[in-house]
Design a protein around this ligand. Structure first.
Ligand code: PXP
Length: 237
């Protein structure tokens, strides 16, 4: 069965819209777990546009499932992550002007920095995943960096329209996933997955985990977060 990581950043985005106390992503994480989430994922962005340091520290104390922290390869957030010690970190690229994480981390181009960050987390007992485009060269560089996990960026797949383009993107994910498996890397998928498109990638070989946020939080507006997570879990069995 594929493990479902629920990304609760979007709950914090609603809170930040008014700068108040609700809705609280810490409460949301608890609700997600009650709905069957296998992991809680948050992204501490350098601009703090949604998740705040306070959220991360409280989540570390309250989450019952593994806590997966997404962060850029950047000294200040790395220092916070080493202090908080989530169960896993996922290194992602970050640009301030982007609406969301737009592409994968360029591990080929930035191997030295990724390797150095990975070594620091490994020494602290924190598993390292790299969020990369589904390209064999990026998978191979991920292996060279010392990371033990990769999360393939499904954004292009999610944007594909028409049977041919969708099949092409699924094939890219299959190939990159097969390479990751050959190299002994744990395989996850994430970004832009929803209740309709997830069924097209759930049967890809070796996928152990998916991290899904926006579609679950969107559905939660209508059915509640616990139920929205339950419905996604049902699609992953
Ligand atoms: N995985 C990673 C690495 C991400 O950066 C994000 C977005 O924060 C997600 C998964 C979840 O994407 P979405 O909100 O589109 O489901």
């Amino acid at each position: 069965m594929i493990r479902l990581g629920v990304n609760v950043d979007h709950v914090a985005t609603i809170r930040q819209a008014r700068g108040g106390r609700e809705p609280d992503p810490v409460t949301a994480a608890h609700e997600a777990e009650l709905g069957g989430a296998d992991q809680i994922t948050v992204h501490l962005r350098e601009d703090r546009r949604h998740i705040q340091d306070r959220d991360l520290r409280l989540l570390r104390q309250t989450v019952q499932t593994p806590l997966n922290l997404e962060l850029a390869v950047s000294a200040d957030v790395i220092a916070i992550a080493l202090d908080v010690r989530p169960d896993q970190v996922t290194l992602v690229p970050e640009r301030r002007e982007e609406v969301t994480t737009e592409g994968g981390l360029d591990v080929v181009g930035g191997l030295a920095a990724v390797r150095a960050a990975t070594a620091r987390f490994a020494a602290a007992g924190v598993a390292v995943s790299l969020f990369i485009d589904p390209e064999p060269a990026q998978v191979e560089a991920a292996r060279e960096s010392g990371a033990t996990h990769v999360e393939l960026h499904t954004g292009q797949f999610a944007l594909a329209r028409g049977a041919g383009d969708v099949a092409h993107e699924v094939e890219r994910l299959r190939r990159a996933g097969a390479r990751a498996h050959e190299l002994g890397l744990h395989l996850a998928l994430g970004h832009g997955l929803d209740y309709r498109n997830v069924v097209l990638v759930r049967d890809l070989p070796h996928v152990a985990e998916m991290n899904i946020g926006h579609s679950i939080v969107s559905r939660a507006v209508y059915v509640g977060l616990r139920e929205a997570v339950r419905e996604m879990k049902r699609l992953l069995v």
